[in-house]
Design a protein around this ligand. Structure first.
Ligand code: MN
Length: 178
């Protein structure tokens, strides 16, 4: 189901830019073959690939992973697991006025998720709900406990790690520059 939503969004966004698959490959750094497979639902993209597409198309992440509709639902968002590492659900979709989106993440014990730089100027806020989270920022790992917060520039490589033996739950707000 997630593959279907992603496929539809990627194709729609590419067509709205009048990009061929080759052009989209140039802009995103994702191979033409892989883009074709994603659009045909033959392959489920990793988080790294999704972020490359979002970056190349100048889109927030939720523009790719959510079904788009003008209606507002009172139903909880299902949790999504793209890589099998970082489990997440959407708390707030991207809002064009606020230019932010918000996720809840669960990271299982001894799991690590590394991320490439997002679009220039992107800021992330981390709020730890429970457990202990380690964050890689400016090439250094720092430890965050429940209730701790961290704001950092996410237009550089960064990482999320759980070195403990219980899952860590944290919220993540992504701010996109105007
Ligand atoms: Mn990130």
């Amino acid at each position: 189901m997630l593959e279907g939503i992603i496929a539809e969004n990627v194709k729609l966004q590419r067509k709205s830019r009048q990009w061929s698959l080759s052009q989209a490959a140039l802009e995103t750094g994702v191979s033409k073959a892989m883009l074709g497979q994603i659009e045909r639902q033959e392959s489920s993209p990793t988080m790294a690939t999704l972020w490359k597409i979002a970056k190349g198309m100048q889109l927030p992440l939720t523009a790719l992973i959510e079904r788009h509709t003008d209606e507002q639902y009172c139903t909880p968002q299902p949790s999504i697991n793209v890589d099998g590492v970082l489990d997440f659900s959407v708390l707030f979709s991207f809002d064009p006025l606020l230019r932010s989106e918000m996720f809840a993440h669960t990271l299982e014990p001894l799991k690590e998720h590394l991320s490439n730089a997002h679009q220039f100027g992107v800021i992330e806020d981390i709020i730890v709900i429970s457990g202990t989270l380690e964050m890689l920022v400016d090439e250094q790992w720092c430890e965050l406990l429940a209730g701790d917060t961290l704001r950092f520039r996410a237009d550089q490589p960064h990482g999320y790690r759980n070195n403990s033996n219980i899952p860590v739950i944290f919220h993540n707000i992504i701010h996109y520059p105007a």
